[in-house]
Design a protein around this ligand. Sequence first.
Ligand SMILES: NC(=O)c1ccc[n+]([C@@H]2O[C@H](COP(=O)([O-])OP(=O)(O)OC[C@H]3O[C@@H](n4cnc5c(N)ncnc54)[C@H](O)[C@@H]3O)[C@@H](O)[C@H]2O)c1
Length: 275
Amino acid sequence: MKKEVMLVVGAGQISMAIARRMGAGKKIVMGDKKIENVQAIAKVMNEAGYDVEIQEMDLSSRESIVSFIEYAKSFGEISMLVNGAGVSPSQAPISVILNVDLYGTAVLLEEVGKVIKEGGVGVTISSQSGWRMPQLTPQQDRALAMTPCEELLELDFLQEENIENTLHAYQLAKRCNEKRVMYEAIRWSERGARLNAIAPGIIVTPLAIDEFNGPRGDFYKNMFAKCPARRPGTADEVANVAELLMSDKGAFISGSTFLMDGGATASYYYGPLQP
Ligand SMILES: NC(=O)c1ccc[n+]([C@@H]2O[C@H](COP(=O)([O-])OP(=O)(O)OC[C@H]3O[C@@H](n4cnc5c(N)ncnc54)[C@H](O)[C@@H]3O)[C@@H](O)[C@H]2O)c1
């Protein structure tokens, strides 16, 4: 009997935590641009009783996403999507952040939406960082939500001359993820499937450690020291939210973004973290 497939993009700590929480009994097909990352995660998970297959793939390429989905389908129907791939502001230049985090996520949600099994569920990881960026205009929000993927990076406000720095690019990408989730949740519902985003605050992973050691390191350390939780979060705590969103308990939740940041956004607007 073929198993149901959980498609996991990005072999990072958040992906692994969600895959461990929700992937027992499933065929987990995991891809990453860095083959050594996905090999390492698959080893840990296969030695812990999970059933993981791997492929090198690049979220910034539609061709790579489509061939990854085809590979996954050879094992069975895709009933779950976890997208925990991404690059942070200290890891990549503006163009890479826009190609991976913004465009790639939009394509992935579109392509998986064409094949997701009836009753299936997906989560993609946006970020609390996007919540610190001022509101965009309603027209810009709509453009992020609904512009055909191949035209997204032609939008005027996504041109490099209109983007201040890599943090701004990351925030725009993460805002786009959340708008795209709203738009795609409607398409996914035509297949009886649900789609949501999780916007975590600082979660200790290799990506966050690169931020602690990058140009905004002091800012992030201050952020978790002064947020209501007084600490950074863990990938397993992100999995707690994913479990709600991806289980039957979350049956009434679709097109949503769940902010989980130890209260950092609240403090940024109305508390000691105000700029
Ligand atoms: N860690 C945090 O504090 C934090 C906070 C908010 C949001 N996020 C988001 O969570 C997601 C997961 O990050 P993480 O913290 O688990 O980091 P991580 O570094 O553990 O994992 C990220 C993975 O994405 C992979 N990746 C990068 N570019 C790729 C590409 N083009 N194609 C395929 N894979 C690619 C990396 O190789 C890496 O294995 C990211 O989207 C990140 O922006 C993280």
